[in-house]
Design a protein around this ligand. Structure first.
Ligand code: SF4
Length: 436
């Protein structure tokens, strides 16, 4: 029988958990430092007691930047086997977290399969599942119905839940008054907004926040405070709706910490590149260093089909300036449910952003692999280069498809016998350099 409830409770009692030891090992940091950071809320270890297959990770701005992959069936794409294939691909490509956003059919067996088979952290957005689970239309759902689904997900072993607790009835006035270009683009946020509008009641995730905290404390389920008012286009970035919600998320963070419940705070959205760093700094101040989980940020609105790139640019700058957790974006963003290849493209783009930021902020040993790659390139050692590559199969396939001729097979077909690396290696070894 554990003498603590959550990882935060253990940390505050001076107890080092197995999960803290694993995180410390993965991050090359003393376990006592991890314990201290968990106690302060600056690192979370999302580890529901019922997630039996979990390989725990820490999330915090001073640790390696983690990435999340959104998956799950919808009414238009409802094949759970395909979703499971995406999960396995995501884990293979290095995703530390999977959010199951399923919004169709019998969602519970898939969720339970994830928490019994998947080593990555599992997140959900319970409001998506509320309509499905209760088989009631949105306006017919009661506050208790929503809270019951939060409990169900906790029992199912979900490690973190996105709850849009930060919008209230006041937000309805604000959205009407400020005439945002894109209003609310958060799916969960729009559902909470619609429910409040239709029922005339307060946001149940705000009103019954203490009941939710009791559930989260019991199962050690982390709350990811959703940003319902995240900007959906550059014109809405950093506006009063976004900042006002962030202030409320700061207050809710304090309340959660008082219950020893771990908290992540979600952030924007669509943000011009020159506002990304300021957004991270404001969040860190208002939310007292709670790990920031950004959805992008997408730094331009005009690249549908390539939004994994716009998000990776914003994500790299965000993570360099304090974001701890990046939600991947795929080329299908704004267009369709991603297929397996979209998922891969999104993960790779997000991993590049996270890794680039980790190097820039000096995360322990982050650059080691780049230095190895440099050595492999200098030696024209292609196998060693593939071993360092984020996506070795693609790298190998490109080189093999356009291979150099056999008398300069150590180069690649980009420069062939004009290969600078080959010429320099030969010159420094006093060897003859044959170009023709
Ligand atoms: S051929 Fe050109 S691109 Fe290819 S390894 Fe040599 S220098 Fe690099």
């Amino acid at each position: 029988m554990n003498s603590y409830t959550t990882q935060m409770d253990a940390a505050r009692k001076g107890i080092i958990t197995e999960q803290m030891k694993i995180v410390a090992r993965k991050e090359f940091r003393p376990v006592e430092e991890i314990r201290q950071l968990v106690a302060e809320g600056k690192v979370v270890i999302c580890a529901n007691k019922n997630h039996t297959s979990l390989d725990p990770e820490g999330i915090g701005s001073m640790l390696r930047t983690k990435i999340n992959v959104n998956l799950g069936v919808s009414r238009d794409c409802k094949d759970y086997d395909i979703e499971m294939q995406k999960v396995m691909k995501a884990v293979e490509l290095g995703a530390e977290s999977i959010m199951d956003l399923s919004s169709h059919g019998n969602t519970e067996p898939f969720r339970v399969k994830l928490t019994t088979e998947c080593p990555a952290m599992i997140g959900t957005v319970p409001i998506y599942d509320s309509v499905i689970h209760h088989q009631k239309d949105l306006a017919e759902l009661t506050a208790k119905d929503f809270i019951d689904v939060v409990r169900l997900h906790a029992e199912n072993g979900v490690d973190f839940v996105t709850l849009h607790c930060g919008i209230t009835r006041k937000t309805i006035e604000q959205i009407r008054k400020h005439k945002r270009k894109m209003n609310i683009v958060s799916r969960g946020g729009s559902l909470v907004f619609a429910w409040m509008s239709m029922t005339g009641k307060e946001n149940p995730f705000y009103e019954y926040f203490d009941d939710i905290l009791d559930i989260c404390e019991e199962y050690d389920m982390t709350i990811s405070l959703g940003d319902a008012c995240r900007p959906g286009c550059l014109a809405d970035a950093t506006d009063v709706c976004q900042i006002e919600e962030l202030v409320r998320l700061g207050e809710l963070t304090k309340r959660a910490w008082a219950h020893n419940v771990q908290v992540i705070v979600e952030g924007p959205g669509h943000v011009p590149l020159n506002q990304v760093a300021a957004n991270m700094q404001v969040q860190q101040t208002i939310c007292m260093g709670a790990p920031f989980y950004v959805l992008g940020p997408l730094v331009t609105d005009i690249a549908p089909g390539y939004d994994h790139i716009t998000a990776a640019i914003g994500g790299a700058v965000a993570a360099m300036n304090g974001a701890a957790f990046l939600c991947y974006v795929t080329p299908a963003e704004h267009l369709a449910l991603p297929n397996v290849d979209d998922v891969k493209q999104g993960i790779i783009a997000s991993k590049i952003a996270a890794h680039a930021a980790d190097i820039a902020k000096g995360v322990h040993h982050a650059r080691d692999i780049d230095d190895k790659m440099g050595e492999a390139r200098q030696k024209l050692d292609w196998e060693a280069q593939y071993a360092c590559a984020l996506d070795p199969n693609t790298a190998r396939a490109i080189r093999d498809s356009r291979a150099p001729e056999s008398d300069h097979a150590d180069t690649c077909s980009m420069c062939g016998k004009f290969c600078a690396v080959r010429s320099m290696n030969k010159a420094l070894n006093d060897e003859y350099i044959d170009i023709l």
